[in-house]
Ligand binder design. Sequence first.
Ligand SMILES: C[S@@+](CC[C@H](N)C(=O)[O-])C[C@H]1O[C@@H](n2cnc3c(N)ncnc32)[C@H](O)[C@@H]1O
Length: 285
Amino acid sequence: MNSEEFEKISEFVQKSSGIVLSQSKEYLVDSRLKPIAEAHGYEDVSALARGLMLAPEAVKLAVTDAMTTNETFFFRDKTPFKLFEDVILPEVAKARRSTGKIRIWCAAASTGQEPYSIAMLLLKHKRLWAGLSVEIMATDLSPSAIEKAKQGRYTQFEVQRGLPVELLVAHFTQDGTHWIVSDAIKRMVKFSQFNLLGNYGSIGVFDVVYCRNVLIYFDGDTKRQVLASVRKVMKPDGYLVLGAADTVIGSNGEFERAAARGLYQPVEARKLREGGQDVPSALAS
Ligand SMILES: C[S@@+](CC[C@H](N)C(=O)[O-])C[C@H]1O[C@@H](n2cnc3c(N)ncnc32)[C@H](O)[C@@H]1O
C-alpha cells in the first residue's frame, strides 16, 4: 500500500468513526484489512483502498469495524468500579429516590466486559437501589464487538483478566472451554450499535455515563464534539467516567473533575450543590 492509498483509508476511517490513524499504523491497517480485501474480491489492500469510496456499504462497515481496537476486560483499572460502588451508585440512588429510575450508559462497551462488570456490582448492592429500576444501555460502533457482547460468552483467558473468582462462580456457567454470563446479568444490559459521532436524539437521558478508553483515538475537535453531545444526554447532577488516559482538557468546559481521577460531573452539579439546592425535579426526572 502506498502513502496515497493509506491516506484514502485513514480519511475514510476518521470520517466514519473519528479514529485517527497515524502513518505509523500502516502495518496494522494492512494486516487488518487483508482478510476484508480477500473476502470481498479485491486483489489486495491497495485495490480496496482505491475502491473504498464506491464500495458497497457492507465493505465500508467491515473496514471501519476492523480498524476499531476492542481491548477491554472485566473491572478494567479497578478504580472506576470502586467509584461506582462507593460514590456513584449511592449518590445517584439517593438523588433518584423520587423518580424511581437510574439510567446508565456504557458508550464504548466493546465486547461487554465493562457493562457486565457494572451489572454484577448492581446485583451486589441491590439494597442501595431497592425500589428503583436500573437500566444499563451498552453501545459500541463495532457490530462484531456488540455481537460478542450480546452472546456474553468468554474464553478462560478473558474471564481470568480482572474477574474475581467468586463473581465467576456466581454469575457464569461453564460451556466447554468458555464461560457464559447468567441470564440475570444479561437481562440488565441492553446492547446496540451506536456511533459517538452520530445523532443522540433518540437515546434518552442518563444519570451515569462510562465513556472509557475511546476519546484517546479521536482528534481534539472530535473529542470536543463528543463530550458536548454526551453532556446533552446527561442529567445535570450525573456522573461521567472516563478512562485513565482520557481527560476533558480541550473540551468546551461542560464537565469538571469530581471526587476522584477519571470521574467528572457537569459543571451545573457544583452550582446546584453550592446553592444547597436539590436538583430541580424537572431536571432530575
Ligand atoms: C479500547 S475499547 C474500550 C472498551 C471499554 N470502554 C474499556 O475501557 O475497557 C474502545 C472501543 O471504542 C469503540 N469506538 C471507537 N470509535 C467509536 C465511535 N465513533 N463510536 C462508538 N464507539 C467507538 C471501539 O469499537 C472499541 O470497542
